[in-house]
Write a protein of this length. Structure first.
Ligand SMILES: Cc1cc2nc3c(=O)[nH]c(=O)nc-3n(C[C@H](O)[C@H](O)[C@H](O)COP(=O)(O)OP(=O)(O)OC[C@H]3O[C@@H](n4cnc5c(N)ncnc54)[C@H](O)[C@@H]3O)c2cc1C
Length: 439
């Protein structure tokens, strides 16, 4: 029987704080995911009295629901970044993407966070021959800015990494890694608690109002008075609390399945490289062995609007068997969903609007970036006159059609499904031409 809760949550402790939040704090952080906890840790280490509030049980958000793929990317190419922000910022965006991976790895290693960190690398797989060419040229561009451990994997080497005939080669990011995300979240939570941060779950923030001497934070209990506030709500941002952010952050769901135990030998035969895998196709799949090496986890966007995991399950199982036909009758043990937060610029941002700080917009790439930008947002709150990150220069944009409610996403889902259908037709044509040429 499939369970419709995250596989990562199984047998993990749930932190609860039954005390009432204090009436006063130096800093209130809204949202107890990677961003909020990392920011809280840095603020507490600098001597601030910090309160973190989450509307749900601690660890409810994307930080414990994700694929656990620890990487360095963001979704904007160097060419696009140069066009929109100029060459200097484009270069810094690449360097800080690399810095975010180094930061989060160090956070784990320096504090001995037990989160099944595996130096497995990530293989980005080309869905079409054109994708392979484009990846090679993008990689050269990035290496020219700042070298990092990545190399092209030609099509005839793919069998060493994966047992499927679907892809036209790939790009192997050798320094990328994987984690058990719920354990990483718990590790961060423990560090924050040890540093003196007070963390409260089931404490929805209902409003943040500016006062002459700080902010008044309305919760379900008494109000809290705080000097500073950080919104760390990403894909779970509510328009009732911040219309400014809700107009700028699009909640886009992602869906994940995990197979029943297949055994280490079967998983090793299907994924001999043991990497995290991410495709280049429009509605791409991402997948990896689970930390025990006995199961496969696969994620994808079954829809771009909120549907239930029960509704998403058939789409995900079809995708899994498309990649690995031998898994056709495999039972799926877990299926779940969570919200990523997309910005219209496709880049994350640290900012301050009407005195309220925020760090969000990871566009589905937050396992390394969210702890990093949480830390950077805290530095901004401590030293507002200094620049701490290039992501202060990627302001969140709004769109006239998005007033905080993504009513149009079902239509966008249909558009993407149509594009997938068209791309697959083109891919089939290219494949048959290739076969004819080889015969
Ligand atoms: C299914 C899925 C797969 C993913 N896979 C990957 C991956 O493999 N690699 C990768 O790099 N990234 C991945 N991501 C993205 C990554 O998980 C996120 O970018 C990251 O966790 C964001 O962290 P956060 O702390 O900003 O937000 P979250 O962890 O989402 O936390 C936000 C919190 O804010 C709380 N909140 C909202 N409103 C209020 C309020 N009014 N009062 C109090 N609390 C409030 C919510 O309850 C929530 O707990 C994935 C995301 C999903 C959903």
């Amino acid at each position: 029987m499939t369970q419709f809760t995250p596989y990562w949550w199984q047998d993990q402790p749930q932190y609860r704080n039954t005390e009432a939040p204090p009436a006063k704090a130096d800093c209130v952080v809204v949202g107890a995911g990677f961003t909020g906890l990392s920011a809280a840790l840095t603020l507490a280490q600098a001597g601030r009295q910090v309160v973190v509030l989450d509307s749900e049980a601690i660890g409810f958000g994307a930080s414990t629901r994700n694929g656990g793929m620890l990487g360095s990317g963001h979704k904007v190419s160097v060419a696009d970044a140069k066009k929109h922000y100029g060459p200097d910022i484009a270069a810094q965006l690449h360097c800080e993407a690399n810095a975010s991976l180094a930061f989060t790895k160090s956070l784990i290693l320096d504090h001995n966070i037990d989160c099944s960190l595996q130096a497995c690398g990530r293989l980005r797989t080309a869905w079409t021959p054109q994708d392979f060419t484009a990846m090679a040229s993008a990689n050269t561009g990035l290496q020219n800015i700042e070298a990092f451990a990545a190399r092209m994997v030609p099509p005839d080497e793919m069998a060493q990494h994966i047992d499927t005939e679907l892809y036209f080669g790939g790009l192997l990011y050798e320094s990328h890694a994987s984690v058990q995300p719920r354990k990483l979240h718990d590790g961060l939570l423990q560090l924050a608690l040890q540093a003196g941060v007070q963390v409260f779950g089931e404490q929805p923030v209902r409003a943040v109002k500016a006062k002459s001497d700080g902010f008044c934070i309305s919760t379900k209990g008494d109000n809290i008075h705080s000097q500073q506030v950080l919104m760390a709500t990403n894909g779970y941002t509510q328009s009732s609390v911040s219309m400014f952010l809700a107009k700028r952050i699009l909640p886009v769901p992602s869906f994940i399945i995990v197979t029943q135990e297949l055994g280490k030998e079967v998983v090793k035969a299907l994924l001999p490289g043991g990497h995290c895998m991410v495709e280049t196709r429009q509605r791409f799949c991402y997948y990896r062995p689970t930390p025990c090496g006995k199961r496969i986890m696969l994620g994808s966007r079954a829809a771009l609007h909120a549907i239930t995991p029960q509704q998403a399950l058939p789409t995900l199982t079809t995708k899994l068997t498309e990649i690995f036909p031998s898994l056709k009758n495999t039972e799926i043990s877990h299926c779940w969903t969570g919200f990523t937060g997309f910005s219209f610029s496709k880049l994350p941002n640290i900012g301050c609007h009407n005195g309220i700080y925020h760090a969000m917009g990871y566009c589905g790439n937050g396992v390394a970036m969210a702890p990093y930008l949480g830390h950077k947002a805290a530095l901004k709150m401590l030293y507002p006159d200094q620049q701490h990150s290039v992501f202060e220069q990627t302001p969140l944009q709004s769109r006239i059609y998005h007033q905080g409610n993504p009513w149009y996403m079902p239509a966008v889902s249909t558009w993407y499904r149509t594009r997938d259908w068209w791309d697959n037709k083109q891919r089939a044509k290219a494949l048959s031409k290739l076969r004819q040429k080889n015969e």
